[in-house]
Design a protein around this ligand. Sequence first.
Ligand code: SF4
Length: 708
Amino acid sequence: GSQVVDRKVDSVCPFCGVGCLITYNVKDEHIVSVDGRDGPANHGRLCVKGRFGFDYVHHDQRLTKPLIRKPGVPKDDGEAPRPSHWSEVFREASWEEALEFAAGKLRTLRDGHGPKSLAGFGSAKGSNEEAYLFQKLVRTGFQSNNVDHCTRLCHASSVAALLEGVGSGAVSNPVNDVAHAELVMVIGSNPTANHPVAATWMKNAAKNGTKIVLADPRVTDLGRHAWRVMQFKPDTDVAMLNALIHTVIEEGLADESFVRERADNFEALRQNVKAYSPEAMAPICGIPAQTLREVARAFAKAKGAMILWGMGVSQHVHGTDNVRCLIALSTVTGQIGRPGTGLHPLRGQNNVQGASDAGLIPMMFPNYQRVDDAGVHRWFEDFWGTRLDATPGYTVVEIMHKALADDSDPHKIRGMYVMGENPAMSDPDLNHARHALASLEHLVVQDIFMTETAWLADVVLPASAWPEKTGTVSNTDRMVQLGRRALTPPGDAKPDLWIIQEIARRMGLTWDYAGDECGVAAVYEEMRQAMHAAISGISWERLQRESSVTYPCLSEDDPGQPIVFADSFPTADGRVKLVPADIIPAAERPDADYPFVLITGRQLEHWHTGSMTRRATVLDAIEPLATASMNGADMESMQLAPGDVITVRSRRGEVAIHLRRDDGTPSGAVFIPFAYYEAAANQLTNAALDPFGKIPEFKYCAVRILRG
Ligand code: SF4
């Protein structure tokens, strides 16, 4: 704009996985506005979060001093972290004292109870360099693979199915490739709220003739642009998708030469879907057989058909099966490996793709190299110059269970280091998760605010917000993008890379990452080697020049490969492995006591656990209040009106919340965003896990609705 600023600093939006490039306008050491930059994912566009969600960095609740829990103050796992109480619970400490205390106790637990007594949660909100260094600290310093992050709560099931089926967990085609598709199926995703700039590509494609099929139990805004809306009953993904595959195969619409040349196990799939005719599935999924057939035909016959999906697909005990069906649908129709086709699991967090690539997961080293593969294990022992554990570590929800394990359990988790995650809000069954965090002997939390998790810590380390550091993040389209430091951290807050290295040193590691900004370039270059081919053509210098480079990128002059799988798949034999799926019901079904289905999710203005966006003035002004959405017909029959306060209760907890009418929410269901501490949706959710991805069933549990 016309505003006179002191400097303009190019960076990346810190919220969603679309990865819009931005410019921070800085005056008097404050960000005064944000502009959209002409990045490959956004072409200058921004949504309301990117444009207005910046002044959280200047909020007066920023942590500016290391804090140590006062002796004898109990960890109250039912209490909100109210600022007026902070000084009753914590005292300020010097960095030296806080780091000694944080690392000293971790060391004592490791040496006394063994490496498996410790775990670390990194964050998809940190940079690739932070993720890489954090997992290296856990693997080499804690000496186990108990390291994970919120990908477990997000696309773990998608990644499990994709690695098994096509050999790579990342997307095959970028979002804006929808412009080249004749048909786009968006399933279990609300992109106008959660990937808003990505949704603009979809809406513009629709304007130019692309048929959008929105498949979702909740009819959301994108439905207005859709050719067909399939509002299937919650939890019936496999029934609906198998009916589509059945139609394609039985009506002779399969791409036989593609299947013959590039896929295995077709016969088993064909046999399995025989029982799933649209006519048989219509009463189960609630979509007329005629619609299922129409959509299947249009998908198969389209010159290009692409599938994009979100948490509605992944967050089920059958999340992996849901994605197996999507892979099968794309494969039997030959809709993969060309422009306007393919599989796109929309990544939620700004760096959930990158943090996973960097190895912030318990079963894999960087770039999905299995910790229990002997060759890989040897390579990393050489590379890092130390002995490494060869068994996969525990995942997020498993770690919470292990924190409450019996004292005699040799794998009981006793100490944790949490960097930038907020499991006391984001985990399922919060009463259990908070109790688990509170019962740890030692909890170190590194964050920018007194999050609900930090509130349960023994020591809190004040870290840097995204505009206060330089680093890379990788978006949903596999673009590695550079964010540059615009501000210095407030008070005594420190860059996360500095804190990780200080903890590492005190755990006995001798690292040396020289250079500006805590050696970020050196960390990146080491990560580039550890990831082998994937980003080998993306040097730190190149990122300075280009800001954004897509991988796979094999050499300095490789422009990057936005569309993959053209000739072969990165599986062992280069072919797709088709995996049939059958109907598995949700872990907890509605019954007479708990007759409603709870669906949790997000909304446009607030990001995940709300710690940033609820402290951003404009966003908080637009959506100041937690609300639950219900269908108008249900409200009428229960004599409820918009604005009423209801209590939503499950077998695990209850929340009081204001009611909002939303006729897109199906009858018999209630939708609650999980961003609000005062009505935390995850107090209600069920921690039942998908057996492959170990992702909890956030999208389905049974609740009762009471007035007031
Ligand atoms: Fe930021 Fe996502 Fe909005 Fe883009 S679409 S501005 S990356 S929140």
